[in-house]
Design a protein around this ligand. Sequence first.
Ligand SMILES: [Ca+2]
Ligand SMILES: [Ca+2]
Length: 225
Amino acid sequence: MKFCIVFSVLIVTILLFSNIVLSADVEIALEAELANVLQAPMVIADDEQASDGKYVWVEGEPAAHQKDHQGWVEFVINIPEAGKYALWGRVIAWDGNSDSFWVTWQPADPNENAQQTQNKQFRWSTAHGNDWHWDRINHWLDAGTFDREWEFDKPGETVLRVGGREDATKLDAIFVTSNVGAVAEGQANVRLPTDKDRKLQISGLSVEAKGKLTTAWGSLKQTYR
Ligand SMILES: [Ca+2]
Ligand SMILES: [Ca+2]
């Protein structure tokens, strides 16, 4: 009898634990300035208020519009499991003239240069603010602005491109999450990259999901170094 109780408790514990692990959200924190590709006139700049003291932008004064639709950062992101994902960006957007990027995430999105096609599906209208703040990446359509989500049918390498749309819009960090239902940053568990995240991003070798799930990945393609 005693054995039965101990055994049952053990089984329940194992089931609970596996449920917690299986239901954990995938969360990946990235520094914008550690992007795999930095295309001019997007440049890295210093700001002690930014995560790790750096961010990326197409340099300019608000409302200057001299270098719109140019430059990008590209991230090779190894996602550990198929499914839906949302993105959050930590930004500064001074005003309505410096508050947007172009965003494509392949292979969920097509291999399309949104800066050339001006396809509104890929237009991200960032929340305004002179201090660093998180904003869920949306698409700004004629009908309004809607949170985006991306669906991948298998795990592995994906390529996220954030391209300049209006110069002077600043990007500090990106947060990837499988929690597509969260509309507030607290709900989504959004966080800045840690030293460990930065090491993972630089090595490109592994992705750690919440709940102690660790998966090793193949090395990045040399073309992205
Ligand atoms: Ca604007
Ligand atoms: Ca940063």
